[in-house]
Ligand binder design. Structure first.
Ligand code: HEM
Length: 136
């Protein structure tokens, strides 16, 4: 199936977006600390995360199959994660897309990010209490 998103971006776009977005995340007072607590603060520690996130967006936007991880489990175990952090994340992500890309490309990235964020947020914060307890 050919989707609109197959044509309007590239690996080079994805690399630029991931680098610019996470540079902002690291400086952001609301999001920086939770990322630093898990990933670390050095460029060497971040290099692995950035490489993984390039593969993730390549799989999402270009259907490259480059990513095989489990984002849900990765976020489930983050201490101090709140639903409001997802709004902040999406705002920063959207602003970065708008700065880097033409409107249709920015919109395609934003749309995917919103869908994935919604499903992560629902999975993490709206689970039944018994399920949440069993996972903790
Ligand atoms: C409140 C917002 C968010 C915060 C604070 C956050 C934070 C983090 C952190 C700290 C990690 C590293 C986890 C680890 O290495 O153990 C991570 C991994 C990841 N995040 Fe997020 N994240 C957020 C939202 C999102 C959203 C909306 C997406 C996708 C659209 C996303 C995609 C990913 C992916 C793909 C990974 C890699 C998972 C793996 O290890 O395979 N994150 N995130």
């Amino acid at each position: 199936m050919i989707m609109e998103t197959d044509r309007i971006t590239s690996e080079a776009d994805i690399a630029r977006l991931v680098d610019a977005f996470y540079a902002r995340v690291r400086r952001d007072p609301a999001l920086g600390p939770i990322f630093h607590a898990t990933i670390g603060e050095t460029d060497a520690q971040w290099a692995l995360h950035l490489a993984k996130l390039r593969r993730f967006w390549s799989a999402v936007m270009l259907r490259s199959g480059a990513y095989h991880g489990d984002p849900y489990s990765a976020h489930l175990r983050l201490p101090g994660l709140t639903p409001e952090m997802f709004d902040r994340w999406l705002n920063l992500f959207g602003a970065t897309c708008d700065e880097l890309f033409a409107p249709a490309t920015a919109e395609a990235f934003r749309d995917r990010a919103h869908r994935i964020a919604r499903s992560l947020r629902m999975g993490i914060f709206e689970r039944l209490p018994a399920v949440r307890q069993a996972a903790e």
